[in-house]
Design a binder for this molecule. Structure first.
Ligand code: AGP
Length: 606
């Protein structure tokens, strides 16, 4: 999704904007642009494509030179990716960059046309820029307050006015935007990771707030122009966290960070052999009172929720409903004040997940956010929050975020089982011991790298694949399949192994490889029968299983063996080769692994 930056200080503004925009590339974008004050006027440069195109364009046309400006990476929503549709938008008096959607832009455009405004792009952002210009009365804060009263939708906006060359203005509603503050310099940015090189200190902007930023001062106003005192936050993330650190891709780096990320999520929450989620606000008393649990998320986070459902229901015997956020919000769900609603999200900004959270709050349920990005919207809006401590995840394809979400699910399941007295204290101690062993076992799973590389070389020419498993292995295979398709562009589906013969098995030929996951002892014989069925029909079979499984060579082509632990936690181990297979397949195809086509890291529009 779109990325926003803004800089005011003593450095060369164009350099800082390009550098910080490059840190937002991971969000996904198809054009980029900057607006910089140069000798009293606003110089705008923008270009379709990646930042390198913008740089090339400036090499030819000249690079704006100044100390104050705004920048943008655009992920097209209204209007195709093109130079004209790229941000910044505006005119000689004003320039803006925007993330989000102005829902009533068509009516506003008609109104502005009647007032004599002409439009060159198809974007809602140009309408917003011209609306601000229309209301401009010489006082930027008043102007923005007036403008806000007329727009519907979501926005994170950075604005510069020609008459105020030493100021950047910003406002937000439902789209991420923070204010970074350094020594003699200030920033706006879509996330803290993009400006970590310059500062760790930042302020969060709440909905409807308007910010006036100069080199040495930040003022934040509410819509009545009252000044708001803001709390200063300091990011704990390491500057290196947003760099590749010697790895070829962020995805590979993040796969390797999983042992430490899982450790950081689990260890602080296991005390005296008991899970302890009280720091999130989830007291034992509260946990014991819930009748049902709803877990809502999108994509990878939803797959982590699926694993959570199996584990929570098995251990704690509490009914769990998992929903895709975009479905949940429109199906009038039966959620009650006695239910616990959990939203899982790496970014904490996913529009559908956020909307589902609002719905659950309206219905009176207690809400818990399991979120990675500290201070993100979902984290702030839920009643309780459990941070997953994975550090910034840059690659569009989630890997370490999935692993820490699984860890959070396990903690919740064990804590709930303990509180509800479904397990003895000895069983609880054993489970927490198993959890604490996970990081070192994940480390061992990384040793399957070469086997995964070999497997990828056998899958790379396939047009379509099936991932199969039963129970928890099925839940995990959903994630394996998503990982492969999003970065290798090979179609794949995950299927409950037992369901194959009800239709899908007709697809099986020697042209349809099958990746089978079999880590659940009680289900292994059944899964092996399903493997035999697909093998008999010509499929090449890759099997991911525990090291003790005995299987005849002739029914599988490639076997990836994993260390074993409590089988409820096996998805954390089996996820590693599935991620590596997807990664190496994408590399072999020469794809852009970290920024796959059409995708955005953080999906902040519906
Ligand atoms: C998968 O690799 C994706 N990154 C995607 O499915 C992601 O999990 C989904 O968009 C939800 O994002 P969130 O966790 O930031 O809410």
């Amino acid at each position: 999704m779109c990325g926003i930056v803004g800089y005011i200080g003593n450095r060369d503004c164009t350099d800082v904007l390009l550098d910080t925009l490059s840190k937002l590339e991971y969000r996904g974008y198809d054009s980029a642009g900057i607006a910089v004050f140069e000798k009293g006027s606003i110089k705008v440069k923008k270009s379709k494509g990646k930042l390198v195109n913008l740089v090339k364009k400036m090499d030819v046309e000249g690079r704006p030179s100044g100390h104050c400006g705004i920048g943008h990476t655009r992920w097209a929503t209204h209007g195709e990716p093109s130079d004209i549709n790229s941000h910044p938008h505006g005119n000689r008096r004003i320039s803006i960059v925007h993330n989000g959607i102005i829902e009533n832009y068509k009516e506003l455009k008609e109104l502005l046309k009647k007032e004599g405004y002409a439009f060159e792009s198809e974007t809602d952002t140009e309408v917003l820029a011209k609306l601000i210009d229309y209301y401009y009365n010489g006082d930027p804060v008043d102007t923005l307050i007036n403008t806000l009263a007329h727009i519907d939708g979501s926005y994170g906006v950075g604005i510069v006015f020609r008459d105020f060359p030493d100021h950047i203005y910003a406002m937000r509603k439902d789209s991420p935007l923070i204010l970074g503050t350094g020594e003699n310099e200030n920033f706006i940015a879509s996330d803290i990771a993009s400006i970590l090189k310059y500062t760790r200190d930042y302020y969060l902007i709440e909905h409807g707030e308007i910010c006036d930023i100069t080199q040495n001062e930040i003022k934040v106003f509410d819509t009545h122009k009252n000044i708001i005192e803001k709390e200063l936050h300091t990011a704990t993330w390491d500057v290196d966290a947003a760099e590749k650190g010697g790895y070829e891709h962020f995805m590979l780096k993040e796969i390797h960070e999983q042992p430490s990320a899982v450790k950081l999520t689990l260890s602080p929450r296991i005390k005296n052999s008991l899970p302890d989620l009280s720091e999130s606000g989830l007291t034992a008393e509260k946990l014991g009172s819930y009748e049902n649990i709803y877990i809502i998320a999108c994509g990878t986070a939803m797959h982590a929720a699926m694993v959570g459902k199996y584990v929570i229901e098995k251990l704690a015997r509490v009914s769990v409903t998992v929903d895709i956020a975009s479905e949940f919000r429109y199906r009038d769900p039966l959620i009650n004040p006695t239910d616990l609603f959990i939203a899982i999200s790496q970014s904490g900004e996913t529009a559908d997940t956020k909307a589902a959270l609002h719905l659950a709050k309206d219905r009176g349920a207690d809400t818990l956010a399991i979120v990675n990005v500290v201070g993100s919207s979902i984290a702030r809006e839920a009643d309780m929050v459990l941070y997953t401590n994975a550090g910034p995840e840059i690659s569009v394809a989630s890997t370490k975020a999935y692993s820490v979400q699984l860890a959070a699910m396990y903690l919740l399941a064990v804590e709930l089982a303990n509180v509800k007295k479904r397990i003895t204290s000895e069983e609880c101690a054993k489970l927490t011991e198993n959890l604490l062993e996970l990081p070192s076992l994940i480390e061992k799973c990384l040793e399957t790298k070469e086997m995964c590389q070999l497997t990828a070389s056998k899958l790379v020419n396939a047009n379509s694949l099936l991932y199969i498993g039963r129970g928890l292995d099925y839940a995990l295979s959903m994630e394996g399949s998503l990982k492969l398709k999003e970065i290798s562009y090979i179609h794949s589906e995950s299927y409950a192994a037992g369901e194959l013969k009800h239709g899908t098995i007709s697809l099986i030929t020697d042209n349809m490889p099958v990746v089978a996951v079999a880590t659940q002892r009680a289900l292994i014989e059944k899964t092996v029968s399903n493997i035999e069925e697909v093998k008999a029909r010509g499929a090449m079979v890759v099997l991911v299983c525990g090291e003790s499984l005995e299987i005849e060579d002739k029914i599988v082509d490639y076997v990836i063996r994993l260390p074993e632990t409590n089988e409820m936690f096996m998805p954390s181990l089996a996820a590693i080769p599935l991620q590596l297979i997807a990664y190496y397949t994408s590399v072999l195809k020469g794809n852009d692994v970290d920024q796959p086509r059409n995708l955005a890291k953080s999906v902040t529009v519906e």
